[in-house]
Design a protein around this ligand. Structure first.
Ligand SMILES: Nc1ncnc2c1ncn2[C@@H]1O[C@H](COP(=O)(O)OP(=O)(O)O)[C@@H](O)[C@H]1O
Ligand SMILES: [Mg+2]
Length: 242
């Protein structure tokens, strides 16, 4: 079997503070093959962003392992992790996280400033990424705060793509969009998946999860598959808990 792009095993994350310990991830294991569009669904506070931060190498597990494209992330230095984030991972957020006063092109080219891509090539790469998400060239020199929400999210996806990453991690990417605009964004992810990108999409919205190849549910720091989730819901119903 081919090496999964993402392979986490028995990952725990415990936050320690003056208030005590918060055991947020409780033994999460997950393998994501190349080219999958995976949805992680769960209610607010279930640990989605904590898991996403670990998948994005922005945080490290308290225990357990994370292999990214077969590489054990535990042995990497901070610089190596930063390089991995810059070259292998693309991030998309609910709130877009664009520089509001910078142009569309500058926003998209920004991740390239952490790489050795020559300056002359950066504009071309940014334009290609914007074309691939379907933003018309007339907008390329606009400031990002002049765009609609749907256009901003397309710019953010282009920024996530500009380094040609293996994995795109999207945390509630349609959370701030109306359903028609959200649909456009999901169609963009679907096209990227067809091009072989691996996409992990976090949502609490079942209509978003309908676009996924596979959905796993996170409940109180533990993962359930679709079938396990249905069984849990059925049992809760029998006990009159829903
Ligand atoms: N830095 C932290 N310190 C302590 N607790 C945290 C920290 N970050 C998140 N948590 C707690 O972990 C739980 C899961 O948070 P999060 O991963 O953001 O959930 P979600 O994204 O599913 O809403 C919440 O109860 C939250 O309060
Ligand atoms: Mg969250």
């Amino acid at each position: 079997m081919a090496t999964p792009v993402i392979d986490i095993r028995k990952v725990h994350r415990v936050y320690e503070s003056a208030a005590g310990y918060a055991h947020v991830l409780k033994g999460v294991s997950l393998q994501v093959p190349r080219g999958e569009l995976l949805c992680i669904m769960g209610p607010s506070g279930s640990g989605k962003s904590t898991l996403m931060n670990i998948l994005g190498c922005l945080d490290t597990p308290t225990s357990g392992t994370y292999l990214l494209e077969g590489l054990d992330t535990a042995v990497l230095t901070d610089d190596e992790l930063a390089e991995l984030r810059a070259t292998r991972l693309g991030f998309v957020f609910q709130s877009f996280n664009l520089l509001p006063r910078a142009t569309v092109l500058r926003n998209v080219a920004l991740p390239l400033s952490y790489t050795d891509v020559p300056k002359a090539e950066r504009r071309e790469r940014a334009e290609d990424a914007l074309m691939s998400v379907g933003l018309p060239p007339a907008f390329f020199d606009h400031r990002s705060n002049e765009l609609s929400g749907g256009q901003m999210q397309r710019v953010a996806i282009a920024r996530a793509l500009v380094n040609d990453p293996a994995v795109i991690l999207a945390d509630e990417p349609t959370g701030n969009l109306d359903s028609a605009t959200g649909r456009m964004v999901l169609e963009t992810f679907e096209r990227l998946r067809a091009q072989g990108k691996t996409i992990v999409l976090i949502t609490h919205d079942a209509s978003v999860a309908a676009w996924a190849d596979r959905t796993v549910h996170i409940r109180d720091g533990r993962l359930l598959t679709d079938e396990e989730e249905r069984e849990a819901v059925r049992l809760a119903g029998e006990r009159g808990l829903t």
